[in-house]
Design a protein around this ligand. Structure first.
Ligand code: HEC
Ligand code: HEC
Length: 436
């Protein structure tokens, strides 16, 4: 016998009474949560991420690659452990900052591009300041040599390519989580002074951007969302202008004008979708029981001596990230310029226009690098100056000074255990890609 159920008006009313409040409760989550990404979008985004762009590229509506650029594809830099990974020092990005406004109206800080589609567009550091070489970059070991004297009017630094695995989760961390981490640190910090004091005590602050949002991407946490960073990367690295960002104008050809915009917003969204869908790094325990025990012991020491004060295992809903996503003063050891990623409007002192003027990051402040996947993302630190994990730890100064001293005072076995723990934090074993 067939049972039929007819929806009478009274049932409809009951349903509305039940579902109505549920929808209301869920509304904020429905609104703020990331949109589900379709496999087709991810595949299309992957193609754009791997594509070797050319001048006047047929996939663009503008001048294509360039006029100035750092690489021909995203994956040329983001490649270790598969597309989306970190990059070697040879792919570092050179950034500059000028103390005085430039007579030729060159932006006060920005990127010096390593390549150009035509020789007359090629950028060099000399175009920024007469004291600098007629090359697009200064080798990293020369740059990080603090005994070298330089003009006080200009700063040149480099940025190493970070891995993008797990960036989708970072994008979705609620602001409240970051604020809570700041509060945790600041109770102690208020007693000894604000961020920037060099007393070896851990504190940290959120990166408050000029538009009021909280920064979470980039070594200085200067971009609030993954999609903002992707648009900046298209424009800065590849010279692909888009609705979120104009492409860079050659430093020596400030009157360069291109017809049309290279990428549509939809193309940028696809690239962002691809990054969001990248696998998340995790811990891989060694098969050998003794080695696995060493990793476990290292993880405990890591927390016990205070590494986890900044490299927090849990960030709100995200487990295993080993970062609080806050800016920390890392001391003269890791000082760089305030020169940053992107070009800015000229102002009287070197200011990073992405941050509110009262919130400017100091040259020594950096976002706690997430340590997930760290075993496969060398070299380390913002400019890749540390070739090994041990070197990276030894270079921690400022707020991390006391913790670093504890690491150095620990027994060789404890030190090895901490390093073994870091080496268990692996990039997701994705596909690998051949890059020239
Ligand atoms: C020349 C090398 C290079 C190329 C090419 C490149 N990147 Fe990057 N990428 C970097 C560097 C260096 C940083 C760090 C910049 C900073 O913090 O100042 C970075 C950072 C990022 C970040 C922020 C990661 C985080 O967790 O903070 C994203 C997202 C990103 N890149 C996406 C892209 C996309 C998309 C492309 C292609 C359109 C691209 N990149 C091309 C070098 C590169
Ligand atoms: C006061 C906060 C703080 C403490 C404490 C701290 N770190 Fe860090 N760590 C950072 C910041 C900030 C960076 C990024 C610095 C830079 O790029 O110049 C970093 C970077 C790193 C890196 C390099 C990651 C990469 O991708 O390049 C490693 C490895 C690391 N820390 C391990 C440790 C270990 C192990 C300890 C404990 C002995 C520790 N840290 C203690 C803040 C801290």
């Amino acid at each position: 016998m067939a049972v039929t159920f007819r929806l009478r008006p009274v049932h409809g009313l009951a349903l509305m009474l039940i579902i109505g409040p549920l929808v209301k409760l869920a509304a904020p989550y429905l609104r703020s949560g990331p949109k589900p990404v379709t496999p087709a979008a991810v595949a299309a985004g992957r193609e754009l991420f791997l594509r070797e762009w050319t001048a006047k590229d047929t996939l663009t509506k503008g001048d294509g690659l360039g006029p100035v650029y750092n690489a021909k594809s995203c994956v040329e830099c983001h490649q270790q452990g598969g597309p989306g990974g970190g990059g070697p020092v040879s792919k570092n990005v050179t950034v500059y900052g000028l103390v005085n406004p430039h007579p030729k109206r060159i932006a006060q800080s920005g990127v010096v591009h390593q390549k150009a589609v035509r020789p007359e567009f090629q950028e060099t550091l000399r175009l920024i300041h007469p004291s600098l070489p007629n090359d697009p970059f200064i080798p990293l070991d020369e740059l990080t040599n603090r005994s070298r004297r330089r003009s006080p009017d200009v700063v040149v630094t480099q940025r190493n390519t970070p891995a993008l695995f797990g960036d989708g989760l970072i994008d979705a961390v609620p602001d409240e989580t970051l604020l809570a981490h700041q509060r945790e640190h600041s109770t102690a910090a208020r007693l000894v002074g604000l961020s920037g004091a060099r007393d070896g005590k851990t504190r940290g602050r959120i990166a408050r951007l000029a538009d009021g949002r909280i920064g979470r991407f980039g070594w200085k946490a200067e971009f609030a969302s993954l999609s903002d960073f992707v648009k900046a990367a298209c424009a800065n690295e590849l010279g692909l202008s888009n609705p979120g960002r104009p492409q860079a104008t050659p430093l020596g050809k400030l009157n360069y004008k291109a017809e049309g915009e290279d990428l549509t917003d939809a193309q940028c969204v696809l690239i962002t979708d691809f990054i969001r869908a990248l696998p998340v790094p995790g811990q891989i325990l060694p098969g050998d029981r003794k080695e696995a025990a060493l990793v476990k012991a290292g993880q405990e020491r890591f927390a016990a001596i205070g590494c986890a004060d900044c490299h927090s295992q849990q960030l709100g809903p995200v487990a295993g990230i080993y970062s609080d996503m806050l800016l920390h003063d890392m001391g003269v050891e890791l000082e760089s310029s305030t020169g940053y990623y992107g070009s800015i409007i000229p102002q009287p002192a070197i200011q990073n226009d992405r941050f509110a003027s009262s919130e400017q990051p100091t040259p020594a402040e950096w976002r706690t690098a997430p340590l997930w996947g760290v075993a496969d993302s060398g070299p380390y630190l913002h400019d890749g100056r540390a070739k090994t994990l041990r070197e990276a730890i030894e270079l921690h100064g400022g707020e991390a000074r006391d913790v670093t001293a504890k690491f150095l005072a620990a027994s060789p076995l404890d030190q090895d255990a901490i390093l073994a723990f870091l080496k268990s934090l692996r990039a997701p074993s994705g596909e690998s890609v051949a890059v020239r």
